[in-house]
Design a protein. Structure first.
Length: 212
């Protein structure tokens, strides 16, 4: 099974390739296929944005495309930054600066519950879609810690642990992360559906659009 990853985020590409390879799913990147379009994420939910990206890259590549939209949802901030996670704090900030901005916003807040959310959408050339969502619950730490991972990993402590996501090894993170949960579920949905035949060049199987 061969798919193209809709994301251009190197951190996501590394995680998705590592996780999916363990489930027999081969992936190529947009760069490897020479696709350089900038897909505007105009959705108001993770699902909408993932669908937009998957459909756009699928149309360009002519092969099944896997897109994810993910972000940090903080209870005390009314669910923010949510779909605006990558631009939280303003344009042009580094990942560390966004973490620091979040720390400043929450400096005096006692309620620090939060979750990472990842929604996966796979679009097939025949119009079918496969969707999956994973969540990792935890809390926002009081300080930045760790150098692994990317994004808000240095300020997120998963439930049951005393260290941030950025202090975990890749194997430890992939065992509990929102993205790994979404991808594992996606792989299982793909295995049990006839959509996998499309990814292998067999168009004989038909599955209703929106499956999963």
């Amino acid at each position: 099974m061969r798919f193209v990853l809709a994301t251009a985020n190197l951190g996501k590409i590394g995680e998705m390739r590592e996780i999916l390879s363990g489930h027999g799913v081969e992936v190529v990147t947009r760069d490897e296929l020479g696709i350089s379009i900038d897909v505007e994420e105009t959705g108001t939910t993770f699902l909408e944005n993932a669908r937009i990206k998957a459909l756009a890259i699928c149309a360009q590549a002519g092969m099944p495309a896997i897109a994810d939209d993910s972000g940090l949802v903080v209870d005390a901030l009314g669910g923010k930054p949510g779909v605006y996670t990558s631009s939280f704090g303003g344009e042009g900030l580094t990942a560390r600066e966004r973490c620091e901005y979040l720390m400043n916003v929450m400096e005096k807040m006692e309620q620090r519950r939060a979750k990472f959310v990842c929604t996966i959408v796979c679009a097939f050339p025949n119009g079918d879609l496969l969707t999956s969502t994973g969540e990792c619950h935890g809390a926002i730490s009081m300080r930045l810690a760790g150098s692994m991972g990317f994004g808000y990993d240095p300020v997120f402590i998963p439930d049951g642990l005393s260290k941030t996501m950025a202090e975990l090894s890749s194997d430890e993170k992939n065992a509990i992360s929102h993205r790994s949960k979404a991808l594992r579920n996606f792989s299982e949905l793909l295995r049990t559906s006839n959509l996998k035949s499309h990814a292998m060049g067999d168009e004989s199987g038909v599955c209703p659009s929106g499956a999963g």
